[in-house]
Ligand binder design. Structure first.
Ligand SMILES: [Zn+2]
Length: 298
C-alpha cells in the first residue's frame, strides 16, 4: 500500500472505528446481543473496505500491452473491467486489466487467476464456506447458515452448484490419491503398525430422490493389539463411498480375491469380518501382494 493511499484508508478506518465506539456508548445499546451485532456488522464493513483498498493498491494484474493466451498466441490489453465480488466480509469491487486474443477471440483478466476468481461472483473464502456448509446441510439451510455466519448471500441453487463443483474436484483428488496408494503404497506412518487389523466391508442400497438406487460401500478397519490378557482394539476407521466394489478396495494380502462376500448374505455380519495379521510395516500393500506375512484370517 503506498503511503498516500494507505494513510487515507487508515484515516477512514479510524473514523469508522471512532463512530462504532460512539455507538457502543449510546444508551440504546444496553444488551450484549445488540452490542455484539453492532460491532460485528461494522467491523465486517471495515474489513470489506480494507480488502477492497488493499487489492486496488496491489494492482490490476496488468502485465504490459500483451499477455500470453492459453492458445499460444498473445492477448492485447484493451482496458479495465470491474467485478463485484462477494467475500466473507461483504461485497467488494475489483478493477482488473482485460486482454483479448485476436487469434482465438478469448478475453481474460490475469488478475482473476492470481486472486482465484471464477466466472461467478464468489471469493475463494465464500466458495469454500458455501461448499462446506452445502456438504453438511440441505442447500437451503446451508444458504441460510452462510448468511447468518458471514456476509455471503447465496441462493440455495448457487450453494448446490458450488458444492457439487468443489465436491467433484475433491473426489478427483481423492481418486488420484487412492490410485497412487494402490500402486505405490500409502504414506509411511510414524507410529508402529498394529499387530492385527480387522477389516470389514459391506454395501447398502439407497434410493435416490428420483427413485433410482445406488449402493453405498462402507468399510471399517479396526487395529488390534494382542496382549496376554487378550485383544485390545483401538478406535475404528470408517470409509464410505458411492463406488463400484472394484474401486472401493481389494482384499489386502488375499491374493487379489474380492473382499466382498457376495450379495444376499446380509445378516451374517461376523462372517464378513476378516482379520489380517500385519507385520510388514505401516504401508498399505497393493492388491494381490505376495507377502505371506500378511495373512487373511477367516
Ligand atoms: Zn488466444
Amino acid at each position: 500500500m503506498d503511503d498516500n493511499t494507505g494513510s487515507g484508508v487508515l484515516a477512514a478506518v479510524a473514523a469508522e472505528l471512532a463512530d462504532v465506539w460512539a455507538h457502543l456508548l449510546r444508551s440504546e445499546v444496553q444488551d450484549l446481543e445488540t452490542a455484539e451485532g453492532l460491532v460485528r456488522e461494522r467491523l465486517l464493513a471495515i474489513g470489506a473496505q480494507l480488502l477492497e483498498a488493499g487489492l486496488a493498491v496491489r494492482g490490476t494484474g496488468k502485465t504490459g500491452p500483451r499477455h500470453a493466451c492459453a492458445c499460444g498466441a498473445e492477448g492485447c490489453f484493451v482496458g479495465y473491467r470491474t467485478k463485484e465480488i462477494q467475500t466473507v466480509v461483504g461485497w467488494i469491487t475489483v478493477r482488473r486489466a482485460y486482454y483479448t486474443c485476436r487469434a482465438c477471440g478469448t478475453g481474460q483478466c490475469p488478475l482473476d487467476t492470481t486472486l482465484g476468481l471464477a466466472r461467478d461472483s464468489l471469493s475463494p473464502g465464500v466458495r469454500r464456506l458455501s461448499a462446506r456448509l452445502g456438504a453438511l446441510l440441505p442447500f437451503a439451510e446451508a444458504a441460510a447458515t452462510l448468511a447468518a455466519t458471514s456476509q455471503g448471500q447465496l441462493s440455495a441453487s448457487t450453494v448446490r452448484t458450488v458444492t457439487q463443483r468443489v465436491g467433484a474436484r475433491c473426489e478427483q483428488a481423492l481418486a488420484t490419491e487412492i490410485a497412487a496408494a494402490w500402486t505405490q503404497g500409502g504414506p509411511v506412518v510414524p507410529t508402529p503398525p498394529p499387530e492385527r487389523l480387522y477389516v470389514a466391508m459391506d454395501g447398502v442400497r439407497i434410493l435416490s430422490t428420483d427413485g433410482t438406487g445406488r449402493e453405498v460401500k462402507v468399510g471399517v478397519v479396526v487395529p488390534v493389539r494382542v496382549t496376554p490378557a487378550g485383544e485390545r482394539r483401538a478406535a475404528a476407521s470408517y470409509a464410505a463411498g458411492l463406488e463400484p466394489a472394484v474401486c472401493f478396495g481389494s482384499a489386502p494380502g488375499a491374493g487379489g480375491a474380492s473382499p466382498w462376500p457376495g450379495r444376499g448374505r446380509a445378516g451374517r455380519g461376523p462372517r464378513r469380518w476378516r482379520g489380517v495379521d500385519l507385520a510388514v510395516g505401516g504401508r498399505a500393500l497393493p492388491p494381490g501382494h505376495p507377502d505371506r506375512r500378511l495373512v487373511p484370517r477367516q
